[in-house]
Design a protein around this ligand. Structure first.
Ligand code: B3K
Ligand code: ZN
Length: 841
């Protein structure tokens, strides 16, 4: 397979002035007619007329009305064309019903829908399918379906047809079409300049009662983007459609967002508080793309972080404003460490802006998205909130309607602040997580901090250079008061010292407040003191995390009992009613078992998944014992008696209540959990109770009752499949997953169900890494089976194997055998081949 390089970018030889498409829908034989106005591109040197096209049957093609016979390959076509503007017309036939890859035009539960990002439009018609080719689109859909949708504004419609026009030039990856028997949940919005916008959330009949929350989230997003970024919506209509078969969360197609039904449908009875929060964030994310992604798009796919990093950053700001900022920050850092640090530590490490790829779909990663967002956050910390807003305004003014690069983005910050951001740009070009080692000294009344940075080399960045690291920090006095409020230190060198004179006594530093940079901090801080006193909520939580982790590592390595300083500090925080219940619930959380494995490996030990599992279990037991007097009182005090609302206040209470219930269940054998299960009126309470009951005596009965109650709800049944694997004992995880794959409702071609079952196995650290290799073999079996049907979902799940070099020789041999078995499968997709190739390196 071919490797594509950033350095090879050249513009397309032609510009596109207008695109007209006509769809004659039929499940297995849809006809797509195109009429496209091309003109020679004065900025291009290569004038080859190449149009992408895959899995298309060309019926005819014309240039300026004359039939032509293009040269066709598996990737597209070439044709001789005039040196002046011309009209290209063609008709192709495609097979939506046979499209199981869920890319291009496909069928899901009887409806038609599309997914074009990154390179799916080429499966719809012949076209220059690259993001720097932008055009207006006019689309006519002919079909018997009652609802026929595309991008932009509706032009006209009649029985069996509808026409849409999108006046905003866009790349083909933002094209969308939906047709089906759908019900609209309508809404209205008036923009800040008085534009009246019709809103619709389209769902399949039966899902009408799951629309209200998504619609409200959309309105909240629209208001927020006007208020905070000054961005107004730009069409007369905004449609969202829920589909059951979808490879990821959602897609920001212009004016017609398509959502995985799991990322938009919600009701209190069927969705957890976490589901509601995620749905709100994804709706915001896709809506915010209208400006950061659609109005200003990417020149090429290497610039993916330009839209994704910025849009993730924007949606995190939104969630922080709607809910609790510290809780959101802590959750994001847990996620970053779990997914992005893992990438950086292994064979899949790549820069936020990669420089080469074989299959771009393999680069929709935590590094591009989440580290990409961290980079924006650091930029904002460095220049300040006001300068950030001015720079972003300049970005919108200067680049509206363009396909841009990271250089354009950095330039608006340089131009508007006068700063040289040359070194900062390394965050985009270097892979790897910097380690920051901190040492302290105190002489006379001067306190000094010295920072040494070091980034471990990786395949794509063998020789990392020092980065610009903004370190937010403060100093605390011995009594816990602030000796110095938060300041931002800018570290730019390998080693750098900062002095703080005028300190009458030795202060306690609180470093990397708010997790101001995505680095690993190496500092023997006074975590117990900071847990008790830090004024920065993030670092206070971080101290609890560090104590828990240190204690767990000592249990794993030396069999030590859980650290009493940690348990005492934790008890005080959990008992502190002045703190947000959601925050207290986070405090009780422990580092993921995979994170402990990573730390052991980083420190030169070979992680033993069973020992890690046992240590975590012992720590949970120690928590139950330390907190035992408050478990029942806090559980009772955090029961919500009002009607269910998925807001931060209520969900925080439920989070703390359920954290107590988890520990109570260790003691009472499940009596309280069973009572909660029996009386639950919302999914948050029901599912939490079910999870605690699994493994207890009542577990099987509860699972049976849950299945009987929810067998007709696909999204709830995904939870049922997933939870059983997650809660299985390590030795039973693979068997549990195997049994579930034989269940009559295991529809493996549905990505949600596949992920719920086999993704859950990959996430079960001790279960996936079971010594007999059963977890590895089962996942490999299913990846081999899914690959020819759905390469994208297969390739994504291969990342479960990325950490294989951490483990002992026996496990490495077992994993390697599975990697080789996958790699040698005949006809393996480009997606999966690239992933396995990189992981085996
Ligand atoms: N832009 C899409 C992701 C497309 C993934 C293609 N494999 C969703 C998002 O980030 O908003
Ligand atoms: Zn996005």
């Amino acid at each position: 397979p071919q490797t594509i390089y950033l350095k090879d970018y050249t513009p397309f030889g032609f510009t596109v002035e207008e695109v007209h498409l006509t769809f004659d829908l039929a499940p297995s034989a849809t006809r797509v007619t195109s009429r496209i106005k091309f003109a020679p591109n004065p900025d291009a040197t290569d004038k080859t007329f190449f149009l992408h096209g895959e899995e298309l049957t060309l019926r005819w093609a014309k240039i300026d009305g004359e039939t032509v016979e293009p040269t066709i390959t598996a990737e597209g076509l070439t044709c001789n064309v005039p040196n002046i503007p011309f009209v290209w017309e063609s008709e192709v036939q495609i097979d939506p019903a046979g499209n199981t890859a869920l890319e291009g035009l496909y069928r899901s539960s009887g409806m038609y829908c599309t997914q074009c990002e990154a390179e799916g439009f080429r499966k719809i018609t012949y076209y220059p399918d690259r993001p720097d080719v932008m055009s207006t689109f006019t689309v006519r859909i002919n079909g018997p379906e009652p609802v026929l949708l595309s991008n932009g504004n509706p032009v006209a419609s009649g029985k069996g047809w509808a026409e849409w026009h999108d006046p905003w030039p866009k790349p083909a990856y933002l094209f969308a079409l939906v047709a089906g028997e759908l019900i609209a949940h309508p809404g209205k919005f008036t923009t800040m300049n008085g534009r009246k916008v019709e809103l619709n959330l389209y769902v399949r009949p039966g899902d009408e009662h799951k629309c209200a929350f998504g619609m409200q989230a959309l309105k909240d997003s629209m208001v927020w983007d006007e208020k905070v970024y000054g961005r107004e919506y730009d069409l007369d209509i905004f449609n969202i459609v829920a589909v059951d078969d979808f490879n990821m969360g959602a897609m920001e197609n212009k004016g017609l967002n398509v959502f995985n039904s799991s990322a938009v449908l919600a009701s209190p009875e069927t969705s957890t508080d976490q589901n509601f929060e995620r749905i709100e964030a994804i709706i915001a994310h896709e809506y915010f793309h209208n400006w950061t992604g659609n109005r200003i798009t990417c020149r090429d796919w290497f610039q993916l972080c330009l839209k994704e990093g910025l849009t993730v950053y924007r949606d995190s700001q939104f969630t922080s404003d709607m809910r609790s900022a510290p809780v959101k920050r802590i959750s994001d850092v847990i996620d970053l460490r779990g997914r992005q640090f893992t990438e950086d530590q292994g064979p899949l490490a790549h820069p936020v802006r990669p420089e080469s790829f074989q299959e771009i779909n393999n680069f929709y990663t935590a590094t591009v998205y989440e580290k990409g967002a961290e980079v924006i956050g650091m930029l904002r910390t460095l220049v300040g909130a006001d300068a950030y807003s001015k720079a972003v305004d300049l970005y919108f003014d200067r680049h509206d309607g363009q396909a841009c690069t990271i250089e354009d983005w950095i330039q608006v910050f340089e131009d508007s602040t006068g700063r040289d951001l040359g070194q900062f740009k390394r965050w985009y070009s270097q892979a790897g997580t910097p380690h920051l080692k901190v040492t302290e000294s105190y002489e006379g009344d001067t306190y000094t901090l010295t920072f040494a940075q070091h980034t471990p080399p990786s395949a794509t960045t063998p020789d990392p250079k020092p980065q610009v690291i903004p370190v937010a920090m403060g100093l605390l006095a011995a009594d816990g008061s602030e000796a110095m409020g938060t300041q931002v230190l800018e570290i730019t060198k390998d080693t750098q010292s900062f002095s703080f004179p005028g300190q009458p006594a030795r202060p306690v530093p609180s470093i990397l407040r708010g997790f101001s940079a995505p680095v690993v901090l190496d500092h023997s801080a006074d975590h117990a003191f900071l847990l008790a006193h830090d004024t920065d909520p993030f670092n206070r939580w971080e101290s609890a995390r560090a104590l828990a982790k240190g204690s767990l590592m000592a249990t794993i390595r030396q069999g030590k009992a859980p650290d009493s300083a940690y348990l005492e500090g934790l008890t005080k925080v959990v008992a502190d009613d002045s703190l947000d219940p959601a925050y207290r619930a986070l405090m009780i959380g422990l580092p993921a078992q995979s994170e402990l494995a990573a730390s052991l490996h980083a420190e030169g030990d070979v992680p033993d998944p069973d020992a890690i599992h046992l240590a975590v279990d012992a720590m949970r037991e120690a928590q139950a014992e330390a907190l035992q007097d408050m478990l029942h009182p806090l559980y009772d005090a955090h029961q919500v008696t009002q009607d269910y609302v998925p807001d931060a206040a209520q969900s925080g209470k439920r989070a703390l209540g359920n954290a107590m219930l988890a520990l109570i269940t260790r003691r009472d054998g499940g009596a309280v959990a069973q009572a909660q299960y029996d009386t639950a009126t919302n999914m948050t309470q029901q599912l939490a109770a079910l999870g605690f009951l699994i493994g207890a005596e009542q577990g099987d009965a509860a699972l049976g009752a849950f299945e009987a109650q929810w067998k007709d709800d696909r999204l709830v049944m995904d939870k049922w499949f997933g939870l059983q694997v997650m809660k299985a004992k390590p030795d039973d995880a693979a068997d549990t997953a195997t049994a579930l794959t034989r269940h009559h409702d295991f529809n493996w071609k549905n990505p949600n169900r596949f992920r719920a079952t086999l993704g859950a196995l990959a996430m079960h650290h001790a279960g996936f890494h079971a010594k007999d290799g059963s977890g590895y073999a089962l996942l490999a079996d299913w990846l081999i089976k899914l690959d020819p049907v759905n390469p994208q979902t297969t390739a994504r799940m291969c990342s479960a194997f990325q950490t294989w070099r951490r483990y002992d020789a026996i496990r490495q041999t077992l994993i390697k055998a599975q990697l080789e078995r996958i790699a040698s499968t005949p006809g393996l997709s480009r997606d999966t081949a690239e992933m396995i190739g990189r992981i085996r390196e």
